[in-house]
Design a protein around this ligand. Structure first.
Ligand SMILES: [Zn+2]
Length: 320
């Protein structure tokens, strides 16, 4: 009788010890994971902190470093657009599948999720076996998937396109990611040398307008606001121009031309070399203009392209 009791007591003690060891191990793992998540990637903006549930934000920030060069904000932007960070009340978010077979907060197809997790063991903290409905597993698998689809080599557009084969989707994700990054972490200049020409509000955009075609993006700003060269180049025109009032045109070494119109005053002359971010004039309301703004135009190979889209492709917004 006593022996049996002692045996049970010993077993209980052993079990308790095992439990303590397990808890210590798990706590240790969590501490290690938390420690590794700081320091890389951009700082969340106020919009990000207000919109993303804290547990999801921690998962996005923890998953991103699995892929060198992948910012947490891109994974978060996909989580936002797919299921509003798991909050969307729709078939396939919490269980089952939507019409396309997608399931879980990151809307994985079962075969895609299975092949990603077969190739990349997920860090601890999720379901056993991994589940696309478990936020931890879905978000870490998304990081690996984006990495394999191009993010590892800096090709973010291809990576996002692989997630959902639509150009509008890619642009939407990039714009959302930009919203989630604190302004301070927004690069002043893109890796290929582009900077924003004026701090202004997006007004009239690129495209058909009143029976004509608006070949640039209008940025509203008070008269006198500095206009900055959007890229290194040489001034090819500076002075009065029909419709534009007063303009500056800058040609880059690769032939791309940027145009800045309706200027109140110019600071540069034809033939002058300028650097990206250098003041070249100030915003005005000259020429065919109905309010103080900069008309900003980009021509690639002689053809105007959508400046807002051009900047979005480089990971930042030119105006809001
Ligand atoms: Zn315009």
């Amino acid at each position: 009788m006593t022996a049996v009791v002692r045996l049970i007591t010993t077993a209980a003690a052993a079990f308790l010890l095992l439990l303590v060891t397990l808890i210590a191990a798990v706590t240790g793992t969590v501490a290690a994971l938390t420690g590794s998540s700081g320091g890389s990637g951009s700082t969340p903006s106020e919009a990000a902190l207000a919109d993303i549930p804290a547990d999801y934000l921690a998962l996005y920030q923890h998953a991103a470093p699995l892929c060198p060069g992948l910012d947490w904000a891109v994974i978060a932007a996909i989580g936002k657009i797919e299921t509003d960070h798991g909050r969307l009340d729709a078939p396939g978010v919490h269980d089952g599948e939507n019409f396309a077979g997608a399931g879980g907060p990151m809307q994985f197809l079962a075969p895609t999720f299975d092949s990603v997790t077969a190739e990349h063991p997920l860090p601890p903290g999720g379901a056993t076996p991994p589940s696309r409905y478990h936020p931890h597993d879905a978000i870490h698998a998304a990081a690996f998937y984006l990495c394999d689809s191009g993010a590892r080599h800096g090709d973010l557009r291809s990576a996002i396109f692989a997630y959902n084969h639509a150009d509008w989707y890619v642009s939407k994700v990039l714009a959302q990611a930009e919203d989630y990054r604190a302004a301070a972490s927004t690069p002043a200049t893109s890796p290929d040398g582009w900077s924003v020409p004026v701090q202004g509000r997006c007004t009239s955009g690129f495209g058909p307008r009143e029976g004509e075609f608006h070949e640039g993006q209008d940025l509203a700003a008070p008269i006198g606001t500095p206009i900055l060269a959007a890229h290194d180049g040489t001034v090819i025109n500076a002075g009065p121009a029909s419709g534009y009032g007063l303009w500056v045109r800058i040609q880059q070494p690769d032939g791309t031309v940027t145009t800045y119109g309706h200027n109140h005053r110019n600071n540069v002359v034809e033939g002058q070399a300028v650097r990206s971010g250098q003041p070249i004039g100030v915003v005005g309301n000259r020429g065919q203009s109905t309010g103080a703004h900069l008309h900003f135009q980009i021509e690639v190979d002689g053809r105007p392209v959508d400046p807002a889209e051009f900047y979005t492709q480089r990971g930042f917004r030119m105006c809001r």
